[in-house]
Design a binder for this molecule. Structure first.
Ligand SMILES: CC(C)(COP(=O)(O)OP(=O)(O)OC[C@H]1O[C@@H](n2cnc3c(N)ncnc32)[C@H](O)[C@@H]1OP(=O)(O)O)[C@@H](O)C(=O)NCCC(=O)NCCS
Length: 147
């Protein structure tokens, strides 16, 4: 695989919004359509498309808001959605690595992520990526990755 990040475009939008979950489907992450709408009204949001050559394989959204009064919201991963056919092939890992690299470029020494603590949620993925649990916020587990 030759993975890279791309900005959202008219060309890749149809494939990006087709990544699960669909709108209305119950899941541990929001539909990409909702995330893109949120990015439109959130200047600090950093939405990126994950490409394998010319194929859309995922979506990742970070948020860079270093002055936020809530430390957990100052910088980190907001959303990761990997296409079903691309799961288990390192695309999620690539997304985390790319957010970490962007955070370093911006001068951060750690990033955060919040996840649903359900046993079939993404907790094991984030722990494997090196995040350590640091309490909870609004019923979600807070994970911190030192850079
Ligand atoms: C969770 C998710 C992002 C993982 O992406 P992925 O591309 O399948 O993960 P990767 O292939 O990069 O896996 C990286 C490592 O994590 C492990 N891993 C991934 N998902 C896992 C899971 N659910 N349970 C345990 N380990 C998991 C992999 O085995 C791999 O380990 P290895 O390096 O030792 O082989 C993806 O499955 C997904 O989009 N899930 C639905 C949406 C979601 O939950 N997003 C996160 C919330 S914001």
């Amino acid at each position: 695989m030759t993975l890279r990040l791309a900005e959202l475009s008219e060309e890749n939008l149809p494939a990006v919004i087709a990544i699960p979950p669909a709108v209305g489907e119950k899941a541990y992450v929001a539909p990409v359509l909702h995330s893109i709408a949120l990015a439109y009204v959130t200047p600090s949001a950093w939405p990126r498309v994950i490409m394998d050559d010319d194929t859309v394989v995922g979506f990742v959204m970070a948020n860079w808001d270093p002055d936020n009064e809530i430390p957990e919201f100052r910088g980190g991963i907001w959303r990761i959605n990997i296409a079903d056919e691309a799961k288990g092939r390192g695309v999620g890992r690539f997304a985390v690595e790319q957010v970490a690299a962007e955070a370093r470029r911006r001068g951060y020494d750690q990033i955060t992520v919040l996840w649903d603590p359900a046993s079939d949620g993404p907790e094991q993925f984030y722990l494997k990526m090196g995040f350590r649990k640091q309490g909870e916020l609004g019923g979600e587990t807070v994970g911190v990755l030192d850079l």
